[in-house]
Write a protein that binds this ligand. Structure first.
Ligand code: ADP
Length: 427
């Protein structure tokens, strides 16, 4: 197998998001969950996205995993590498975006890369180095309450500088709007000046395509899924990419469930909406520690209810409730308990015949897919920007939609299952 683009994503929903972008632009894309074992049978593809669960772990561990993924992708023939993180730049002063980007650069023998989480389709834009979510600064958005990576500074130059060793600078809007040649010139000048990481402004998809074009010769790019928009065309222009149609999956029948572990504002609305359409069970993280029969109780509740309609199981809660759980359990322990419970519940539900599963939350998706032992995904139809249906490699075949917490419209969960029923994903 020889791939064109090798991608490393710092969480599982981010990997699905990036794979969705590349698939829609005509690259045959496979997502592999975790650093793949050497003898894993991987379907032929133009690009492989290795999904790690490295966003919220200790920086040295994130670096080690990312370098292992890089080594696999280089063995698979990748000509260019892409490090994908969240469009809201989820990180802390300890990392992990800066440390991982710098370690990948060093391993590739490169000295410069771009840093661009913009995703205008989902209203994440960067202006003068400041990240906006819709019409507010990142630090004024609901991301300031994130359970694991609260974002309280919208200046990406400042945020990245605090977690990096090398120099950080900005390629600003006035350059970006002049197009790819101007961006390329700015990059060359910065590199000569000793800048290692350049935040790049982007307000529109056209900006992202121009930046992507300017980066055609860079060994490593880093960004959200948006920056990947222009990359398939680079390979096509160079005569390397043949694939045109990608992203049709066979139908999968079976019971359906939603597992929501994200506490993001969008997921809170989606859970409220879904509660009106199906039966639901709320997980309280404090109970997970004080009682050891919570998961069995949920399974006893769920089994007789599996049928035509999906079931909803959620720990999604508003900021005061998350604070209360974290005060009682500690931030990490609260997250860990919920993730572990979600993983066990997913495994048991699949053993009972669930085959269509929507998971809300990046860390939550990582925990669920790991517990299920799923090693890879093929990418299918898009449900909402950044969230495709996928199908697991291996058996049993599962239809999985891994949704980043803040993505999707309020009726996302119902819409997802309706999409599975439509003719063009059935073969
Ligand atoms: P998102 O995609 O919104 O970032 P994640 O799943 O990545 O969602 O992160 C949410 C984190 O919050 C997970 O670690 C999850 O286990 C944890 N969590 C979920 N529900 C609660 C809760 N009620 N209280 C505290 N933490 C929670």
């Amino acid at each position: 197998m020889s791939i064109l683009l090798g991608c490393i994503a710092d969480d599982f929903t981010g990997a699905a998001d990036l794979a969705n972008t590349l698939t829609r632009q005509g690259m045959a894309t496979v997502v592999l969950l975790g650093v793949p074992r050497d003898d894993l049978a991987v379907p032929d593809a133009d690009t492989v996205v290795i999904a790690l669960k490295s966003r919220s772990i200790a920086a040295p561990d994130a670096v080690r995993l990312s370098l292992a993924a890089l080594a696999w992708l280089e063995r698979a023939g990748a000509r260019q590498l892409y490090f994908k993180y969240c469009s809201t730049f989820d990180s802390t002063d300890a990392g992990n975006i800066g440390p991982v980007a710098e370690a990948l650069l060093a391993a590739l023998g490169a000295d410069f890369t771009v840093v661009c989480p913009a995703f205008p389709t989902n209203r994440r834009t960067i202006y003068q180095g400041h990240l906006f979510v819709g019409d507010v600064l990142l630090s004024d958005s609901s991301m300031r309450h994130h359970p694991l990576t609260p974002m309280t500074d919208a200046s990406l130059v400042r945020v990245l500088a605090r977690q990096s060793k090398g120099r950080v600078a900005l390629i600003a809007y006035d350059t970006v709007q002049q197009g790819s040649a101007a961006v390329r010139d700015a990059m060359e000048k910065m590199r000569a000046d000793g800048v290692r990481l350049a935040i790049v402004d982007a307000l529109t998809n056209a900006h992202l395509v121009a930046i992507g074009e300017a980066c055609a010769e860079l060994k490593l790019l880093t960004g959200g899924s948006g920056l990947a928009l222009g990359l398939p065309e680079n390979f096509r222009r160079a005569g390397l990419l043949k694939t045109k149609a990608a992203g049709v999956l066979p139908s999968i029948d079976g019971y359906a469930a939603v597992l929501a572990g994200s506490c993001s504002a969008a997921t809170q609305r989606q859970v409220d909406d879904m509660k009106r359409h199906c039966e639901s069970f709320e997980i309280d993280p404090i109970e997970l520690r004080s009682r050891n029969d919570v998961v069995p109780q949920i399974l006893r509740w769920a089994r007789p209810r599996l049928g035509e309609r999906p079931l909803l199981i959620y720990s999604t809660a508003d900021p005061p409730s998350v604070e209360k759980a974290q005060a009682a359990l500690g931030r990490e322990q609260a997250g860990h308990l919920v993730e572990q419970a979600m993983g066990t519940i997913a495994k048991e539900l699949v053993a009972t015949g669930v085959r269509r599963l929507v998971v809300a939350g990046g860390e939550t998706s990582g925990a669920v897919v790991t517990a299920l032992g799923v090693e890879g995904l093929r990418v299918g139809e898009e449900i909402d920007p950044g969230v495709p249906w996928t199908m697991s490699l291996g058996t049993p075949r599962l239809a999985l939609a891994l949704k980043s917490g803040n993505f999707g419209t309020d009726d996302f969960f119902l819409k997802a299952f309706e999409k599975l029923e439509t003719a063009d994903v059935r073969r």
